[in-house]
Design a protein around this ligand. Structure first.
Ligand SMILES: Cc1cc2nc3c(=O)[nH]c(=O)nc-3n(C[C@H](O)[C@H](O)[C@H](O)COP(=O)(O)OP(=O)(O)OC[C@H]3O[C@@H](n4cnc5c(N)ncnc54)[C@H](O)[C@@H]3O)c2cc1C
Length: 504
């Protein structure tokens, strides 16, 4: 591999990518006496982290958390590295205290729990967000990123180069990673890393070829940072990394319109809606889809009709429910919603734009979106009959309320209504696609956060953290990714800083 003739900069540790993983690694390497440089491809820092909902897990008990995470792997049959799960659990319980230590006055709030509450150990999982001036669905991510920027740029004055994409890793004849070839201002910019390179480039959400190769379902869009194009996967592969968890993705359903590169998340607050496939038929209990697992609900390929009948699928609702709030109720979450477009409160602007299709009857609606009118009409009739009869959904068993009415514990509670009729004209349809929060796959790492080859041997002086080569597989616990950024960022930073510089 060619070693550059000229190095434009020399530091102990280079972090490639400036999201939560890069920030956590840089902070820790710096605190362990290494000189650090962060290079970031985009004009702005933060990656997916900045446009996320900013949650991170910090379990209450290590052994319970291990039981829970192992339980998810047993269900998904994704490859599990037991040692990595143990380290994840041991380190994750430090997350709240560590974050608080980054900036005086930092406070956090618990906001959620295990995504799969029936899996043993689930009670130990607690999701936290950072408090601060940021409020609403995007508040925690803003607050979290403010803390990271403060800790990196103000408190430690770690240099950050924006608009500086890494192009390849430099490997010497001993197999050690000794630097990075990047680009800055249209010119090659070579950084020598005396101790190590830490790859924190995020996933391959916007790499269409990788999506076609590794994930089932087409098309798949993304909600986050367009800079996440799988560069780290390719750079690590080129120096011999083994890949894993390439079929793992955190992927809800969302709304993709041609006007923007990134999609909008679908989080519908109203009870009167269903999803139908391309044939106008329901295919799922809409309320049962775990937020991060939307892709798994729609990636069925029909080998008779030779199509993905659920991509796109359609969100169907009526006038009563249109007026109950935006169908992208996570206003401001994700790259496009945060930077470019505010969804209207009553969905009227999106109807005017044609993103939401409107019609006087179900049959007319089906005609407009090109699905079988008789099927859609029958589907809606059955839904309305079930819901109005008080029996509830007899087809997929969707609950009438968020808590089962059969459980006496909830008798006195006002639990949110989850199902309601869809019978007041006009009627509406929106195309839904799988829209990634993030991919999980990438170069495999060990418990020291070293990137390893396909035989498990560490590639010397190469580390990683974050969603690039995540520990998570097919089934993912929400808020587990940002937690992982912190965990393996700390480990990578510590390990990299402890190395002796390579022999020149
Ligand atoms: C809408 C949304 C909500 C989410 N909510 C949550 C949540 O609440 N909790 C949770 O745990 N996870 C959540 N996620 C997922 C989570 O945000 C990410 O998995 C996590 O932030 C990844 O952090 P990271 O540092 O690994 O990558 P990122 O934060 O994406 O940072 C990677 C950075 O590397 C840069 N980069 C890429 N290639 C190069 C290159 N060649 N050279 C230099 N830089 C490069 C990218 O531009 C980017 O800035 C959410 C994601 C989205 C999109």
């Amino acid at each position: 591999m060619t070693i550059p003739n000229k190095w434009h900069k020399e530091v102990d540790v280079v972090c490639v990518g400036y999201g939560a993983a890069g920030a956590s690694a840089a902070i820790t390497a710096y605190d362990n006496k290494a000189s650090v440089l962060i290079i970031e491809k985009m004009p702005e820092s933060g990656g997916n982290t900045r446009v996320s909902t900013g949650g991170f897990i910090c379990p209450t008990d290590v052994n319970e958390a291990i039981t829970y995470i192992k339980g998810l792997f047993q269900l998904s049959r994704s490859e599990m590295d037991e040692d990595l799960v143990r380290v994840y659990a041991e380190e994750s319980i430090k997350n709240v205290d560590w974050l608080k230590g980054l900036k005086e006055g930092t406070e956090v709030m618990a906001y959620g729990h295990a995504g799969y509450p029936n899996v043993p150990g689930a009670k130990s999982i607690v999701k936290y967000g950072a408090k601060g001036t940021g409020k609403g669905p995007t508040g925690s991510a803003k607050n979290l990123w403010d803390i990271f920027m403060y800790a990196v740029e103000q408190k430690r004055k770690i240099p950050v180069m924006l608009n500086t994409p890494a192009k390849r890793l430099v490997q010497n004849c001993d197999g050690e990673i000794i630097g990075v070839v990047a680009e800055s201002n249209g010119k090659e910019f070579n950084v020598l890393a005396r101790k190590a390179v830490i790859l924190t480039t995020g996933g391959y959400e916007y790499d269409e070829k990788a999506l076609q190769n590794f994930l089932k379902g087409y098309p798949i869009y993304a909600l986050g940072n367009p800079g996440n194009t799988g560069d780290g996967v390719r750079m690590a592969s080129a120096v011999g990394a083994g890949l894993w968890h390439m079929n793992g993705a955190s992927c809800p359903l969302g709304i993709k319109v041609p006007d923007y590169e990134g999609a909008f998340p679908l989080v519908i607050g109203t009870p009167g809606f269903i999803y139908v496939d391309k044939h106008g038929k329901r295919f799922v209990n809409e309320r049962s889809i775990e937020l991060h697992a939307g892709l798994l609900a729609v990636d069925y390929f029909d080998d008779h009709s030779l199509e993905y009948p659920r991509i796109p699928c359609y969100l169907i609702f009526d006038e009563t429910n249109r007026l109950k709030g935006p169908v992208s109720a996570w206003a401001g979450v994700g790259y496009t919603a945060q930077k470019f477009y505010k969804w209207s409160k009553d969905n009227s602007a999106e109807i005017d734009k044609g993103w939401i299709v409107k019609a006087g009857t179900p049959v007319e609606l089906a005609g407009k979106i090109g699905i079988d009118p008789a099927n859609l009409d029958a589907t809606l009739s059955k839904w309305n009959e079930d819901i109005k009869s008080g029996k509830g959904d007899t087809v997929y068993g969707r609950q009438m309320r968020s808590m089962p009415e059969s459980n006496p514990a909830y008798n006195d509670l006002q639990t949110p209504l989850w199902s309601a009729p869809i019978d007041k004209a006009p009627f509406y349809a929106v195309q839904l696609y799988p829209c990634l929060l993030n991919t999980q796959g990438g170069p495999r790492r060990n418990t020291n956060a070293q990137i390893v080859d396909p035989f498990g041997q560490a590639i010397p002086r190469l580390y990683s953290s974050g969603e690039l080569g995540s520990m998570w597989g097919l089934i993912y616990q929400g808020a587990g990714n940002i937690a992982e950024c912190m965990i393996f960022g700390r480990i990578a930073g510590r390990q990299a800083a402890a190395l002796k510089p390579w022999e020149k």
